[in-house]
Design a protein around this ligand. Structure first.
Ligand code: ATP
Ligand code: MG
Length: 466
């Protein structure tokens, strides 16, 4: 990204798009910056004369596929309503194939600039910034959207002092990680090397926990002033994510005022195995809440936190809840519904030594179910014969109903054995801890093999044309 340097000033005066009116609605007034995916302009939305930022993608939408994907991804971003997420006003493509997305015009600086100017930050400031990033991303995860490119350049910091708050950019505008290269067929790793999760570095499947890793890198950088893995080439950095140990804060900072609990939170995000990270942003937020209490002197630190199957286990005398901002999200028209990201199988399956329903497992499952039920979750507790158990703890099981849709609708959903489950839209019953793998296929489209998990009530599978 370049901004405000003499070269940018030059390019502003000659930029061919300044002065253009896109789709008769967005007048490009000034080039603000250019980044990896495109240029960002200050613009005015006609006829309401609203100031906005318009991002014009580098890649012209020459192919139907590029255009379809762009519209699908922009429509996903436009659904998000969290106050810490940049608001997308509109999107479109001009007659000469300029794909653009119009959004709220932000005044301030990116987190990358803030880090350059001010890091390392105090633990409480770093915590507050990251808490807001997590809150934004959590809403997206609730809707099945994985960001995949969380990095300081994609986080804007607005306001100063007590009024400082963040806006996360570029949801849905990131290519699918691991998509095969159209020319070579090889899987591509997409993202920014210093912030990429090990599974992204390997171009394997990503899920919400990959975003948790990236936020962990951002948090590490805010607290220490540098990213955990530095290298002279991207390959070296990517390798380090997959194999090198995360440095201790004490190795980097001369004066380390980060508590043990806070460092544990960062290191938990940065686990190589997704199953050893926080299972969800909500769990990450719960852990941050404990750190915040410690920082405010409300509890004696260090609080001995543990993680069990992606969930934070607190000491018995402590409880924290997370205030969720629940924002109504407008439904998408059927033709643009998009999953943006395949969630891979979560790590909730019990460890072999515990057996499927040992006491701790049942207790954790019950607490989890109760929390979800209280919070309006979609898991249902089932008991007795229905669960196929024989009394006691084994009689308890949890099931959920997943509403599976696809674009295009009417796709066949098959077990990997080939047995037909039905056609979309389809209701699929799942048992907690037992993700199901299915193939979704439709004539003229590439078949997709996906994991169906219980982490959300609705799933939309987008099929790519053959
Ligand atoms: N809504 C906005 N309001 C004001 N400035 C913005 C807005 N969105 C983006 N920018 C500016 O434009 C810059 C470029 O954004 P862009 O996303 O294209 O690049 P990047 O984040 O550096 O790279 P990448 O393409 O990998 O995301 C941002 O870093 C930010 O300074
Ligand atoms: Mg960006």
């Amino acid at each position: 990204m370049q901004r405000g340097d003499p070269q940018s000033a030059d390019s502003k005066s000659v930029d061919p798009l300044v002065g253009r009116l896109l789709e008769g609605r967005f007048e490009l007034v000034e080039l603000l910056a250019h980044g990896g995916m495109g240029k960002v302009y200050r613009a005015i939305q006609r006829p309401i004369d609203r100031d906005c930022a318009v991002k014009v993608l580098h890649q012209p939408g020459t192919s139907t596929e590029v255009r379809t994907r762009f519209f699908r991804e922009a429509s996903v971003a436009a659904r998000l309503r969290h106050p810490n997420t940049v608001r997308v006003y509109d999107y479109g493509a001009s007659e000469d194939d300029i794909c653009f997305i119009a959004m709220e015009l932000l005044e301030g600086r990116t987190l990358a600039e803030l880090i350059r100017e001010e890091a390392p930050l105090s633990p409480s400031r770093a915590l507050e910034l990251v808490r807001q990033i997590c809150a934004s991303v959590s809403e997206a995860h609730d809707h099945g959207i994985v960001h995949r490119d969380l990095k300081p350049a994609n986080v804007f910091v607005v306001g100063r002092g007590d009024d400082e708050h963040v806006k996360v950019l570029d949801f849905g505008l990131v290519k699918q990680v691991g998509d095969p290269d159209p020319v070579t067929g090889a899987r591509r790793a997409i993202g920014s090397p210093p912030y990429m999760a090990p599974e992204q570095a390997r171009a394997a499947e990503v899920d919400a926990r990959s975003d948790i890793y990236s936020v962990g890198v951002i948090l590490f950088e805010l607290l220490t002033g540098r990213v955990p893995f530095i290298g002279s080439t991207s390959a070296e950095i990517l390798y380090a994510h997959t194999a090198r140990p995360v440095p201790r804060f004490a190795e980097i900072l001369e004066v380390n005022d980060t508590s043990q609990t806070f460092e544990w939170v960062v290191r938990t995000c940065l686990q190589k195995e997704p199953g050893e990270r926080f299972g969800t942003m909500q769990e990450f937020l719960r852990a941050l809440r404990v750190v915040r209490r410690e920082l405010r002197g409300r509890v004696d630190g260090p609080v001995p936190l543990r993680l069990e199957r992606g969930q934070v286990v607190l000491p018995p005398d402590l409880s924290v809840s997370v205030n969720r901002v629940v924002t109504p999200v407008p439904a998408l028209p059927q033709e643009v519904l998009a999953p943006v990201g395949t969630m891979s199988a979560p790590s909730y399956a019990p460890t072999p030594s515990e057996g499927p329903w040992s006491k701790p497992a049942v207790w954790a499952a019950l607490c989890f179910a109760a929390a979800l039920l209280l919070g309006g979750g979609w898991w249902a507790l089932r008991g007795g014969a229905d669960a196929g158990g024989s009394g006691g703890s084994e009689a308890v099981s949890m099931s959920m109903v997943l509403e599976l849709q696809s674009t295009p609708a009417g796709a066949e959903v098959l077990e990997t054995s080939g047995a037909l489950l039905g056609t979309t839209p389809l209701t699929v019953e799942l048992t907690r801890g037992e993700p199901r793998q299915v193939d979704v296929r439709a004539e003229g489209y590439r078949t997709r093999r996906v994991w169906l998990t219980g982490d959300r009530p609705q799933r939309v599978i987008l099929l790519d044309p053959e």
